[in-house]
Ligand binder design. Structure first.
Ligand code: 13P
Length: 278
């Protein structure tokens, strides 16, 4: 059942769980993710980031995501992750995505408000939701000064743009953590008290169970996971090839589906979205 981000997050916000948003780069990822969501009766978000377009072009992936969503018996949102321009967001909306993220984090505040407002106006007319990130979620291995989301700035931004979900920076990073991070839950609580809209945690891979729980019980309704799926697949393929060096391609496809399902199931349970699909 294909739904928008606002629809899928409404129940998560009310019942204090998070919906996993999984970056799926292949058919095997999508099949495994959907098997996990169906088996655990969980809502799910399938997403693709603009930086992933070279390997997984949006125009090719969109029909796959959308058909998987329409066939599903659980709610599924099809989301553009880290859209880098108004043009990319509009392309995603025209393809049938039910949610877009405009990532204007590198822009000055006023310019970010201006472009986000344009994206929000177009998206709203199409029944599509909008997510934005404020503050800077760094990339692991890249030396960026951590800049947490500013509470007052977030209030001004949300009021000025009318977005549906806000991604925050509270010490989370994209990619594989060298050390398990400790998230700033106090800042999360302050942002949540000041803004009554669903909050999003990027960089889910490698977060501790304790931090996940603190997040979902304090306003985080969507958690992005990418690296953990890729690592899970690489691990299982490595194991299979070491046991069976002449393994064929078709059984390896099944290994990829199974590994994707395992990682997604593990996160669905951690996010407490299992059993929440009506
Ligand atoms: P990870 O690769 O750290 O799970 O981050 C995913 C993400 O936030 C995509 O936007």
């Amino acid at each position: 059942m294909l739904v928008s981000l606002s629809e899928i997050l409404r129940d998560a916000n009310l019942r204090h769980y998070a919906v996993g948003a999984f970056n799926c780069l292949s058919l095997e990822n999508v099949m495994g993710a959907m098997e996990a969501a169906e088996a655990l009766r969980s809502p799910i978000i399938l997403q693709l980031a603009e930086v992933q377009f070279p390997e997984s072009p949006m125009e090719l992936m969109a029909p796959l995501y959308l058909e998987a969503a329409r066939r599903a018996s659980v709610p599924v949102c099809v989301h553009l992750d880290h859209g880098q321009s108004l043009e990319t967001c509009v392309r995603a909306i025209r393809l049938g995505f039910t949610s877009v993220m405009f990532d204007g984090a590198a822009l000055p505040f006023d310019e970010n408000v201006a472009v986000t407002s344009q994206v929000a106006r177009i998206a709203r007319a199409a029944g599509v939701s909008v997510e934005v990130e404020l503050g800077k979620v760094g990339d692991s291995g890249v030396d960026t000064a951590d800049v947490f989301t500013d509470v007052d700035e977030s209030v001004r931004f949300v009021r000025a743009t009318g977005i549906d979900a806000l991604a925050i920076a509270i010490g989370n990073l994209h990619g594989h953590y060298v050390h398990t991070p400790r998230l700033n839950i106090r800042r999360l609580i302050e942002i949540h008290e000041a803004n009554r809209l669903p909050l999003v945690l990027h960089g889910g891979s490698g977060t501790s169970e304790e931090d996940f729980k603190a997040c979902i019980h304090n306003g985080i309704c969507k958690i992005n996971v990418a690296t953990a799926i890729q690592r899970g697949i690489m691990k299982r393929i490595g194991e299979r090839l070491s046991q069976k060096p002449d393994e064929q391609y078709i059984p390896l496809k099944q290994v990829m589906i199974d590994a994707s399902r395992e990682v997604v199931e593990e996160h669905i349970r951690l996010f407490e979205s299992d059993g929440k699909a009506n």
